[in-house]
Write a protein that binds this ligand. Structure first.
Ligand SMILES: Nc1ncnc2c1ncn2[C@@H]1O[C@H](COP(=O)(O)OP(=O)(O)O)[C@@H](O)[C@H]1O
Ligand SMILES: [Mg+2]
Length: 297
C-alpha cells in the first residue's frame, strides 16, 4: 500500500530544470523545536528511516550548524559536508553519503567558519545544483537548529512543511509556541505539524498537544495537526549510544512504532497545496545561506 504510494509519487511531475524550480512531487519537511535537546535529530532520523523502508528515496540534511550530529546518531563518518558544497570545493553528489538504514545524508560540520559571503552568482549556481540534485528524492528531511534567531526563522519560514518537536516541559512548550508564532507571521507560512516527544504515555502526548493548541487557537487563531506522539523510553538513549536509528536498534519498541506512525502521517498528507506555502526555490536559497552562515547566527 505504502509502496504503491511511493510509486505514485515517483511518477508525478518530473524535475523542472528549465525553470529552476524543484519537482512538485518533492516533499521538504524541516524539523524544528524552539528549544534544543527535545529530540529533533532522533525524530528526523526515525522519520527518514521509516520512509526509506517503504521505498521512498529520502535525503536527510543536517542543518543544525551549531550542533551537527545526525552523522553521529546514524553511525556514519562523513568526509565532506554541506559546507564543502556551499564553499564550492565539492559537488553535492560527492558530499552525500549513503547510510546502512536507507536514507542518504548530507552532513554538516559543527565547527563551520563564520558567515562567508557567497556572492550572487555562486549562490545561484549552488541553488540550481541543490535543486537538480534534490530531483532524485521523494522526501528531504531537514534536521534544523534550535532557537528562534533570525537566520533560523528565515530558514524554517521558507520550508513548505515544518514538524515542530515538543516535550512536556514548560520551556519546550513556550519555545515551540514562540517558533510557531514567528512562522505564522509570514505571508505564506509553512504547513505546521506537531510531534510530541518524551512523554510518559500517549495520552499525556495528546493532552500536551491539546494544551498547545488551546494557546495557538486563542492567540493565533489556528490549530496544528498532530503528526505523532513518541514516548520516553530508555531504548532511545541506548540506540543513540550504539549510533543506530531506533528502528534498527530496537525494532518493534514503542518509540520505533511511534516514529513509523509519524512517517505514516506524512505519507498520508497530500503534498501541501500550491499557493499556501513558500515556493520551493526560496527554500533551497535559504538552505544555501544557512550552510554559509556557519556558527555565527
Ligand atoms: N523519546 C525519547 N526517549 C528517551 N530519550 C529521548 C527521547 N527522545 C530524545 N531523547 C534523548 O534526548 C537527547 C536529545 O535528543 P536529540 O534528538 O539529539 O535532540 P535535539 O536534536 O532536539 O537536540 C538524546 O540524547 C536522547 O537520549
Ligand atoms: Mg539535534
Amino acid at each position: 500500500m505504502v509502496n504503491d504510494q511511493a510509486a505514485t509519487l515517483r511518477t508525478g511531475a518530473a524535475s523542472d530544470q528549465s525553470t529552476g524550480r524543484p519537482p512538485s512531487r518533492l516533499r521538504c519537511i524541516a524539523v524544528g523545536s524552539g528549544k534544543g535537546g527535545v529530540g529533533k535529530t532522533m525524530v528526523s532520523i526515525g522519520l527518514a528511516c521509516a520512509l526509506a523502508r517503504w521505498k521512498y528515496n529520502v535525503l536527510i540534511i543536517d542543518a543544525d550548524l551549531g550542533l551537527a550530529n545526525v552523522d553521529l546518531q546514524i553511525g556514519v563518518e562523513p568526509v565532506y559536508t554541506l559546507q564543502d558544497v556551499v564553499f564550492g570545493s565539492c559537488p553535492v553528489e560527492e558530499a552525500v553519503l549513503t547510510t546502512p538504514y536507507g536514507p542518504d545524508l548530507l552532513a554538516s560540520s559543527s565547527g563551520a567558519p563564520e558567515m562567508v559571503n557567497m556572492g550572487g552568482a555562486r549562490r545561484e549556481l549552488l541553488v540550481n545544483e541543490l535543486i537538480r540534485f534534490a530531483g532524485r528524492y521523494d522526501f528531504l528531511i531537514i534536521d534544523g537548529a534550535a532557537g528562534i534567531g533570525q537566520s533560523i526563522v528565515s530558514f524554517f519560514s521558507a520550508a513548505p512543511e515544518v514538524a515542530v518537536v515538543v516535550a512536556n516541559e514548560p520551556t519546550s512548550i513556550m519555545d515551540a509556541y514562540s517558533l510557531i508564532k514567528v512562522l505564522r507571521q509570514n505571508a505564506q507560512p509553512p504547513a505546521l505539524r506537531l510531534v510530541l516527544n518524551m512523554v510518559r504515555t500517549l495520552g499525556e502526548g495528546e493532552q500536551l498537544a491539546a494544551r498547545l493548541n488551546l494557546i495557538t487557537r486563542k492567540f493565533l487563531g489556528i490549530e496544528i495537526p498532530v503528526a505523532g506522539v513518541v514516548p520516553y523510553d530508555f531504548v532511545v538513549g541506548n540506540a543513540i549510544r550504539a549510533r543506530k536509528p531506533v528502528s534498527a536498534y530496537a525494532p518493534g519498541s514503542a518509540p520505533a512504532r511511534c516514529l513509523d506512525d509519524v512517517a505514516r502521517f506524512f505519507v498520508k498528507q497530500s503534498a501541501v497545496r500550491k499557493g499556501e506555502v513558500p515556493d520551493g526555490r526560496s527554500f533551497f536559497e535559504k538552505l544555501a545561506d544557512m550552510g554559509a552562515r556557519g556558527q555565527g547566527e
